[in-house]
Design a protein around this ligand. Structure first.
Ligand SMILES: Nc1ncnc2c1ncn2[C@@H]1O[C@H](COP(=O)(O)OP(=O)(O)OP(=O)(O)O)[C@@H](O)[C@H]1O
Length: 352
């Protein structure tokens, strides 16, 4: 288990900055999800960590050993990094065993018991050992790629969108297998993804790289509940953003007076509410404590099965259409007048 420390890291391509002074420390045994929109610099950061690209400035230390500074660029093979790319990682002309053995130092390449151990670690039985990559599903190929990356017991494991080519069902199953394998080895790992659900469900912590800047690093729940910017709020999940006024820890907005979970200076704000914080009350239902109640008109419904997204026009503030998410079996009808109860505990962004 190793610690990673990145400080003041910069990288530009053709004079165009892609990484701006990135500082990041990852504690031993942590799986950090590196999340951000396309083009934000995630792959570039991974490539600089691996040593495939040179940094323009900054330092990188792995396990207390400096591998990058102004006068130093330790070659990739001496950094003890296991790397799992998006897809196509396996050599097509080598069997599963030969692919995994390729990851081992020369002196250990005869230790075939290690292959069985690594296969078990990624949730595959011995039966797969002699198969060729094209005889495996995409998810199984990615598990073998992870086994190969883990073979030399690396200090750090870097995974670059390893599930992006898999279909939804396979992605879920492969994610779980990979998370279990990483936890079993106690590896320090960075998983690059632009999939919010993947980052929130897999990462012990999530770091967000936005236009080359690390704008937030937090536990998944904190990131979802208190995103650093309104843009990030909308990127991480669905967000209802309403204009309001902050006053003594309360945000007054078209959905009522709502408690703020993080302090902001008094004044004009955008209030951020997650759709699942807005509940539709039945005629006989009373609102729970600490919530506000509003009347609204259902203008449209997107039924998703397990849940439904409801667009609502607020009575008394008809210019605002907001979106609530309700369990599918409680979906109302278009044109129905409903009462909303809104959970207090929101965040707000001061007007720029
Ligand atoms: N070798 C290169 N030469 C020039 N520009 C590059 C090079 N590699 C990356 N870039 C640019 O750097 C920026 C960041 O790219 P990068 O691939 O790191 O982003 P990303 O967050 O990984 O995106 P994605 O999620 O789409 O993979 C992009 O604008 C990209 O065009």
């Amino acid at each position: 288990m190793s610690e990673l420390r990145i400080s003041g890291l910069r990288k530009a391509f053709n004079g165009c900055a892609v990484l701006h002074d990135v500082d990041l420390a990852v504690q031993p045994g942590t799986l950090l999800a590196l999340l951000g929109p396309s083009g934000g610099g995630k792959t570039t950061l991974l490539r600089v960590l691996c040593g495939f690209d040179r940094a323009d400035a900054g330092t990188i230390e792995i396990d207390g050993k400096r591998v990058v500074d102004d006068n130093l660029h330790v070659p990739t093979e001496q950094r003890r990094i296991g790397y799992v790319p998006q897809e196509g990682a396996l050599f097509p002309h080598l069997s599963v065993t030969e692919n995994i053995v390729f990851g081992l130092p020369r002196t250990q390449r005869r230790a075939h018991h290690r292959v069985a151990e690594l296969l078990r670690l990624v949730g595959l039985s011995d039966d797969y050992a002699q198969r060729m990559p094209q005889q495996l599903s995409g998810g199984q190929q990615q598990r073998v790629a992870l086994a190969r990356a883990l073979a030399p017991s690396p200090s750090l494991v870097l995974l670059d969108e390893p599930f992006s080519s898999l279909d939804a069902a396979l992605r879920l199953e492969t994610r779980e297998a990979v998370a279990e394998a990483l936890a079993a080895t106690g590896a320090t790992a960075i998983l690059v993804t632009h999939d919010q659900a993947e980052a929130l469900s897999l990462g012990h912590e999530v770091a967000v790289l936005w236009e080359g800047k690390l704008i937030q690093r937090a536990a998944p729940q904190t990131l979802y509940r208190r995103p650093a910017t309104r843009e990030l709020a909308a990127f991480i999940g669905d967000a209802v953003l309403l204009p309001g006024i902050a006053e003594n820890g309360i945000a007054i907005c078209p959905l009522g007076a709502l408690q703020l979970v993080a302090p902001v200076p008094d004044g004009g704000v955008d209030v951020m509410i997650r759709p699942e914080q807005i509940h539709l009350l039945s005629a006989s239902e009373t609102a729970p404590d600490h919530s506000t109640v509003q009347d609204a008109l259902v203008t449209s419904i997107t039924y998703n099965g397990r849940d439904a997204d409801i667009c609502l026009q607020l009575s008394g503030a008809a210019q605002f259409i907001i979106r609530a998410r309700v369990p599918g079996h409680r979906s109302p009808n278009v044109g129905e007048r409903v009462r909303l109860s809104v959970d207090s505990g929101v965040i707000a962004y001061p007007h720029r």
